[in-house]
Design a protein around this ligand. Structure first.
Ligand code: PLP
Length: 349
């Protein structure tokens, strides 16, 4: 049967033998007899990987964090390779590439995610195209399918990797759009409860998956047993959480767009739980954060609780407007969230 993503999120990665427990056990083991966990995998990681791999349509490998997964993807290309990244994208990923460039391991090229022609041209020249869509924090949607097609048509096709953290496999499946590797910070929507750090890659081919597992073996960014178990538990409700936060975020994006104190609103056409909006300047945005009573002034995103952060305050995101707030919408009542937003905006005077 062709079960839907919603059904598969609930059921994939479960044990199905007679008398098996409802949930895979947390296996706290560094070795499995003669097998060493870092070189192999425990049942708990495998169950999480089976579930994510099923939803993304490929071979999944879990890592200790999203950045562990990013580093493993960068490890797929040889020294001196050219990596193209969007100028607007997760700052930690760009920092890792800056470091690899400064130390001479990789060559970096930075392109505006809106510069489609630039990306199509780069597809014929680079070794690794790193896409993020929608981007963090400006929520730019990149044409994954067009860029992947251009990459596939080039003489020496680059690896096309997509950070799918914001869209989740419920919003889009980049492998089905032609990408080679998908990466997630499972810390965010997949885990969904702000109680863990975890990353995962999903490769289109077993050959690429083996490269990523080898990078995990060498780099050592193995997932913790509890984290993998919690992330799998979180994934069971990802479809309903994703639908709920998308509905609330779309509603709040509309209301924000109509508020006179809001300069601009960005919300992706594919949905998702993040809305970015601009107030006039840094001081107003900082004051807004301190006036909030319900929405937490906190970093990270994708939890059941709503959070907001002024991204230009961070060194890695100094390119975004000073008053831009990244708002991660949680599962609270949308009217309560709006009441909190309006009272905080009113107090700006
Ligand atoms: N990719 C995106 C889009 C992110 O937002 C983050 C973290 O904020 C990462 C990657 C890195 O993931 P982690 O914090 O789990 O290492």
């Amino acid at each position: 049967m062709n079960w839907s993503a919603r059904t598969r999120a609930v059921n994939s990665g479960r044990l199905d033998g007679e008398g098996d427990p409802a949930n895979v056990p947390i296996t706290p083991a560094s070795h499995l007899g003669l097998g060493y966990a870092r070189e192999d995998a425990t049942d708990t990681w495998r169950a999480f990987e089976a579930a994510v791999g099923d939803l993304e349509g490929g071979h999944a490998t879990a890592f200790a964090s999203g950045m562990g997964a990013v580093s493993a993807v960068f490890d797929l290309v040889p020294a001196g390779a050219e990596v193209v990244v969007p100028t607007d994208s997760y700052a930690g990923m760009r920092d890792t590439l800056n470091h690899a460039e400064a130390s001479g391991r990789l060559r970096a090229r930075r392109l505006d995610p809106r510069d489609v022609d630039g990306w199509l041209a780069a597809a014929g020249e680079a070794d690794l195209l790193w896409l993020e869509s929608p981007t963090n924090p400006s929520l730019v949607e990149m044409p994954i399918e067009r860029i992947a097609a251009a990459a596939a048509a080039s003489e020496d096709p680059p690896i096309v990797a997509v950070d799918n953290t914001f869209a989740t496999p419920l919003g889009q499946q980049p492998l089905s759009l032609g990408a080679d590797v998908v990466m997630h910070s499972a810390t965010k929507l997949i885990g969904g409860h702000s109680d863990l750090l975890l990353g995962v890659t999903v490769a289109a081919t077993e050959r690429l998956a083996e490269g990523l597992r080898a990078a995990r073996r060498r780099g050592g960014a193995t997932p913790g047993a509890l984290e993998a178990w919690l992330a799998l538990r979180g994934m069971r409700t990802l479809p309903v959480r994703y639908a709920a936060v998308s509905a609330t975020a779309a509603d709040l994006a509309k209301r924000l767009g109509e508020h006179p104190a809001v300069v601009a609103v960005r919300y992706p056409s594919l949905g998702g739980g993040v809305v970015s909006f601009e107030l006039t300047d840094a001081a107003s945005a900082d004051a807004f954060c301190t006036h909030l009573r319900l929405i937490r002034h906190a970093t990270s995103l994708g939890g059941v609780e709503s959070t907001v952060e002024r991204r230009a305050a961070l060194a890695g995101d100094s390119h975004v407007p000073a008053g831009l707030l990244r708002f991660s919408v949680g599962l609270e009542d949308p009217d309560d969230l709006w009441a909190d937003i309006t009272q905080a905006l009113e107090r700006l005077g």
